[in-house]
Structures are given as C-alpha cells and as structure tokens.
Design a protein around this ligand. Structure first.
Ligand code: SAM
Length: 337
C-alpha cells in the first residue's frame, strides 16, 4: 500500500490526547479513567529516568519531516523517501535511530536509511497472515509490540483501533519515533505490561500475544486475563517457545534458557492446547511450528548485543548453550467461547 502524506508529522501528533480520543471513539468502558491514571503515572516515572529522558529528547529533536511515501504492508516497512530529505537531515535521522539501538524487530527503510534489525520479522508474518481473521474494523491489541513492526503491517487492513503494549522503554520510544514519522491514525502503543492494564472486559476483537508467554510466571492466569479482554468469538493469536514431544508437559529451565534469565514455562504444543482449553478458548489450532535459525535472528549493525548464534550450543545447534532444546516457536490461533 503506497500513501502520500501532505501534512507534517510532529511527535506531538501522537500525543496521549489523541489516544484517549481514539479509545473514547472505540467505545472504551468505565475503565478508561483508571487506564489514563496508570499511563500518566508511568510517563511521570519516565520523566525522572535519564535513559527515557534521552529518548524523549531524541523524539523532540525530530526534524519536521513530511513523509511523502509510506509502504507499511511490505516485508521491509518503508517510511519516507531518500530523495525527500537533505543530506544533513538524513545524517541527523541516522544518528537518532542509532541512538535508539538495539533494533530487534523489522526491517525498515526510513527516508532511505536501511534499518536492518536483528529479526527478519516478515518471516513470522508470512507464516501467520494467511490464517488470521481479517482485521478490518476490528479493535486489536498487540501485547509485547516492540518497535511496532507488526502494528505497521496490520495498519493497511484498516482496523478500528491498533493498540500496542511495550513495557521496555527503548522499544517503546522506537515505536514513538517511527509513529511520529509515519503519522497514521488509530495507531498507538502504551508503555505497559499486559498484567498492568485494568480489566477491560470484552473490549478487543483480536489480541496478538507473540513472544511473551514464556516470560510470564503464571501463564494460565495471563491466558485467562487475555480471554476476559477479548469479546465472545474474538481471536487470540498466541506465539510462544515450545519443546518437542507428544505429552502434556512443560519445561521450566533451572536458571537461564538461551542466556535469558526470565524464561519460566516452555510447553509442548499439546500442553499449550490444554492450557488454552482450560482457560476458556475453543477452535484451537496450531498453524505453524518453526525452529529459529540464523536466517531469522542474527547480529546486525543495528544491535550492540548478542544474538542467536551466541545462545546455541557450540557443538550442537539443536541445543541451547545450557543444553535445552533449541528455540522453536509455535503459532496458535484460538477463539473465545
Ligand atoms: C521476544 S519480544 C516479541 C516481540 C514481538 N511480539 C514479536 O513477536 O516479534 C517480547 C516483547 O514483549 C515485551 N514484554 C515482555 N513481557 C511483557 C508483558 N508482560 N506484557 C507486555 N509486553 C511484554 C518485551 O519488552 C519485548 O519487547
């Protein structure tokens, strides 16, 4: 989809006021004031945090660019054209983007700057997209939305509302930065964990929960809360790390898994189906299981940290460095009963 923007896209265009207006439009429930209070408190905390302040300054320093070209539903999401900005502006932009590293999810081309992220995220989108209920007119929540790559991809389907949740400040400000340049309507991210939201019963039509469940200490509680946040018949898109096997079992790593110290449960697909059934979902389908390889996750100039090759066993790529089954991810779809 190619679009032309005629208006400028200042960072302020994505202020919280627009979010509250969009939520009110989307018939938010009595929970809206509580959510506003939680967000205001979180942003207040950001204002006292040096790193967040640095990111906010980067955002404020954005030149008032007029993106004449947007191609959001492309494997490499494009915002703005090279030919549109001066060399000086491009250098400024490149420095600002570099200041927001590590860039994990993408790739993007921003006014001609190729942002080659750690993950080749379109591979997952290609595996998932043919199975999704159409997003047109839907209220969509993306839990763990990172810099917003999938939110941008979804935008072309014209949903009624796209809301991301990203608690990690660097990724939250990456989204704010890109969204300010793209200036799309009804597209927002909150700097919160899903578990920090007030109850929003039956509000969303589709919830994406991808790459997050293994970080959660009580996965059944989270699945129950996800069900309660969806309307009846609404769709959950769940993607998480799984282990091979046909039994109803889950692995809890002793300490680290692939060097991560915040991984708690890795179920088999059968166990995941059982969790979904027991938390009130129906029409449960596993549409894909893929082992993660270096074709999908690798070190690039846009991350300053380790990547997949550093997490795998040096003698056996089918094992993590700790000796657990190497990362493989299942994509599940389910509906609320
Ligand atoms: C592995 S990344 C997955 C990103 C993206 N959803 C994807 O599938 O590529 C997990 C993201 O979820 C965020 N996250 C972790 N726990 C979360 C929670 N409880 N609620 C919302 N986001 C969370 C992290 O900050 C991180 O950006």
């Amino acid at each position: 989809m190619h679009k032309t923007l005629t208006e400028t896209a200042p960072a302020a265009a994505l202020s919280e006021e627009i979010l509250w207006r969009d939520l009110a439009h989307a018939k938010a429930g009595a929970w809206l004031p509580e959510l506003q209070q939680i967000v205001v408190q979180r942003l207040e905390r950001h204002r006292r945090d040096r790193k967040c302040q640095l990111y906010a300054d980067l955002l404020a320093s954005l030149p008032a660019l007029q993106a004449e070209h947007l191609c959001l539903d492309a494997d490499r999401v494009e915002i703005g054209l090279d030919s549109q900005i001066s060399e000086a502006h491009k250098e400024e932009l490149q420095l600002a983007l570099f200041g927001l590293r590590p860039w994990r999810k993408g790739p993007f081309r921003i006014f001609g700057i190729d942002l080659d992220t750690e993950w080749v995220s379109w591979l997952k989108w290609q595996r998932l997209q043919p199975h999704l209920a159409p997003l047109r007119g839907r209220k969509v929540l993306d839990v763990g939305s990172s810099c917003g790559y999938y939110l941008f991809r979804m935008h072309s389907q014209n949903p009624a509302l796209l809301l991301g949740l990203e608690p990690y400040a660097t990724f939250y400000y990456q989204f704010r930065f890109l969204a300010a340049l793209a200036a799309r309507e009804r597209l927002h991210t909150l700097p919160l964990k899903f578990e920090e939201l007030p109850p929003m019963p039956g509000f969303f039509d589709t919830i994406f929960h991808m790459g997050v469940l293994y970080h959660v200490r009580s996965p059944l509680e989270t699945l129950t809360a996800l069900r309660n946040t969806l309307r009846r018949g609404g769709e959950l898109v769940l993607e998480t790390l799984v282990i091979p096997g046909d039994e109803d079992v889950a692995l809890t790593p002793r300490a680290r898994y692939a060097k991560m110290n915040n991984v708690f449960f890795l179920p088999t697909v059968k166990c995941l189906e059982c969790w979904l059934e027991r938390t009130g979902f129906t029409h449960i389908r596993c549409v894909d299981v893929t082992r993660t390889t270096a074709a999908e996750q690798r070190r690039t100039a846009w991350i300053q940290t380790e990547s997949l090759a550093d997490f795998l066993h040096p003698d056996d790529p089918l094992l993590t460095i700790e000796g657990y089954p190497a990362p493989r991810r299942a994509l599940m779809l389910a509906q609320v009963k």
